[in-house]
Design a protein around this ligand. Structure first.
Ligand SMILES: Cc1cc2nc3c(=O)[nH]c(=O)nc-3n(C[C@H](O)[C@H](O)[C@H](O)COP(=O)(O)OP(=O)(O)OC[C@H]3O[C@@H](n4cnc5c(N)ncnc54)[C@H](O)[C@@H]3O)c2cc1C
Length: 305
């Protein structure tokens, strides 16, 4: 079957695009490798998305997904592994099947970066986590550490401080990059100890589980878990052959969220931009879908004239 548009990724960017595309009469398919809502599923509390004074990430994901089902937008839970071109058509290959479309929108977001320490990967799930919402409750009454200095690190340190006994917040600089109101909340939270100008240099384990971290000044902290929020890497391996990514994998787009390949669009955290937020991801997905829907109508009119 040939689709008007295939949307890869069911985060807020992809779902926003699908809502606009479907309502504009597109024959659209969504492809998601894990779960609808994307990174929203790991966010404890969102307070800056218009329309919701406060909402948890999983609740917002659920509401987005309800909109997908109520509009009867078809979707597949499959991983896209390759995109190629066949004339005007885009061929999207997943781990299970191959699909064709005139337009595709890449909205595959980013995944958290680890510190790059020797035994780190094998300790993921054994004391190392990038998701406080998923794993925080395992450490009730214990001491944990958070690494990072941006909004994600601050938000998640605050969340953890309500569950655990103590949070060490380790930041490599002297000032945080996050929003001022979050920084204030962190400073006023009694069970958060901020350690500035510091980096984790060693992870120590006992019986295969993290139990201590060593900092660059040789200080050792005995902790039950380390939550890492130091940045994100884009997920575009499947699109490398198209020549639309920069050297680190982000996709370059114009103001209509078009890449340099005709009919291939990108939106959300995967693109090169200044603001990586829910509201921007939603707006970009919608703008891209409006663009390819209008192009489809114009092409049809031109053909019948
Ligand atoms: C801890 C944390 C807290 C945050 N807090 C806020 C906040 O309070 N307010 C705010 O506005 N923003 C916040 N953000 C940022 C915001 O969540 C993101 O900017 C936004 O959700 C990105 O949406 P997206 O659709 O671009 O990507 P994602 O949500 O990452 O969605 C991408 C989707 O693509 C799927 N995918 C990836 N590769 C493939 C593939 N090969 N095949 C098929 N599917 C694939 C993924 O599984 C995922 O579901 C926060 C982020 C984090 C990490």
């Amino acid at each position: 079957m040939e689709y008007d548009s295939i949307i890869i990724g069911m985060g807020v960017a992809g779902i926003s695009a699908a809502i606009y595309a479907k309502r504009a009469g597109n024959n659209v398919l969504m492809i998601e490798k894990m779960r609808p809502g994307g990174i929203l599923n790991i966010i404890d509390n969102i307070e800056n998305y218009p329309g919701f004074k406060s909402i948890s990430g999983p609740d917002l994901s659920y509401q987005l997904f309800e909109q997908v089902t109520s509009l009867e937008i078809p979707y597949k839970i499959e991983e896209v592994i390759d995109i190629s071109l066949e004339g005007n058509l885009k061929i999207v290959k997943t781990n299970k099947a191959t699909y064709k479309a005139t337009n595709i929108l890449i909205a595959t977001g980013r995944s958290p970066i680890l510190l790059g320490l020797p035994n780190e990967e094998k300790l993921v799930g054994k004391g190392i986590s990038t998701c406080a919402l998923c794993d925080g409750s395992l450490y009730q009454g214990k001491e944990v550490a958070v690494v990072g200095g941006g909004n994600s690190a601050l938000q998640e340190a605050l969340y953890l401080s309500k569950i655990v006994k103590k949070v060490y917040l380790i930041h490599r600089r002297e000032e945080f990059r996050g929003e001022e109101n979050l920084v204030e909340k962190i400073k006023n939270q009694e069970n958060i100890e901020i350690i500035y100008n510091s980096q984790v240099t060693e992870l120590q384990e006992e019986n295969g589980v993290l139990n201590k971290i060593v900092l660059n000044d040789e200080k050792t902290l005995e902790i039950s878990a380390l939550f890492i929020y130091i940045g994100y890497a884009p997920k575009t391996d499947f699109a490398k052959n198209l020549g639309i990514t920069n050297p680190v994998g982000y996709i370059e787009v114009n103001e209509n969220f078009e890449t340099k390949v005709e009919g291939i669009y990108a939106a959300g955290d995967i693109i090169i931009k200044k603001v990586y937020q829910i509201v921007t991801a939603a707006a970009e997905g919608a703008t891209a879908a409006i663009r390819f829907s209008r192009k489809k109508t114009t092409n049809k009119l031109t053909k019948t004239e």
